[in-house]
Design a protein around this ligand. Structure first.
Ligand code: PML
Length: 267
């Protein structure tokens, strides 16, 4: 793969300034026109409504991307928002994220004011680390190779998960989790129709959590839990500007119970 052939393509659709949908990837030159058509179709056919503005940006990559594997994936079954909340607390505590920081993150993702980017929290001091706490940090510049994309679809398909939302979420989460300073990410979609979220991290993989919020609620967001003493400037540069591409697919499992998960999956 030559760097001259690679382009970052990003789509953002909004209505009266309100986010409707977005998509992004890194593609070969020959795929550009097909992807632009696909992104335009997605922008005007979203359950959140018709946008009044669609931006599609195509930019040649300046350097070679960093190639990384996809996180392994699993879904932990639960039957209610309360169960999901209990699971989130248990898993984040298992990752040595203190109680107060866990509650702070739950407050951020369930609040009325949705940030477009992610909140960064120092897990020791509980300080917010992003330079602009209204904007947050936008993890971007990420894609998946054609071959790995095909394999990912094949492996998601038996679980009924081969769709843009899941594929793009696990690709993005894999970039975030790959950085040494990230302990974990907690994500809840701000789409009112989408009630599955995830916790992802290098030590646990991508853990899908159904019933993470009430259907119809447009709250949501992302929190990145950051190791104490991390170089924040370098981390933000990695998340926002370093091109990363998935070129290897890890294990993809279906649903397990929380006792199976804690008993045998993460030990
Ligand atoms: C989003 O794109 O709105 C976030 C989706 C998070 C969960 C995706 C999944 O079902 O694994």
């Amino acid at each position: 793969m030559k760097k001259d052939d690679l382009y970052s393509i990003r789509m953002r659709a909004s209505c009266n300034g309100r986010h409707i949908s977005g998509a992004e990837g890194i593609y070969n030159k020959k795929s550009i026109s097909g992807i632009v058509r696909e992104y335009a179709e997605r922008a005007i056919n979203h359950s959140r409504g018709l946008p009044d503005e669609v931006n599609i940006k195509i930019r040649a990559l300046k350097g070679m991307p960093v190639f990384i594997p996809l996180l392994r994936m699993i879904t932990v079954r639960n039957y209610s928002i309360d169960d999901a909340g209990a699971f989130i607390r248990r898993l984040l505590l298992r990752l040595h994220i203190p109680d107060g920081v866990v509650e702070q993150s739950l407050y951020i993702i369930s609040g009325e004011k949705n940030m477009r980017g992610a909140a960064l929290i120092d897990i020791k001091s509980s300080d917010r680390l992003e330079p602009d706490t209204d904007r947050g940090i936008r993890s971007t510049e990420v894609g998946i190779s054609e071959e790995s994309g095909r394999l990912l679809s094949e492996r998601l398909s038996p679980f009924g998960l081969d769709n843009n939302t899941v594929r793009e979420a696990v690709v993005l989460a894999s970039k975030v989790a790959y950085h040494d300073s990230i302990v974990a990410e907690l994500c809840v979609s701000d789409n009112p129709d989408y009630t599955t979220g995830y916790i992802a991290g290098g030590a646990i993989g991508y853990v899908r959590i159904p019933n993470i919020k009430k259907a119809g609620s447009d709250s949501g967001g992302r929190v990145f839990f950051v190791k104490d003493g991390a170089d924040i400037k370098e981390l933000v540069h990695y998340l926002e500007e370093t091109p990363v591409m998935i070129n290897d697919i890890s294990d993809i499992k279906g649903e397990v119970s929380d006792s199976e998960f804690f008993g045998s999956i993460i030990g």
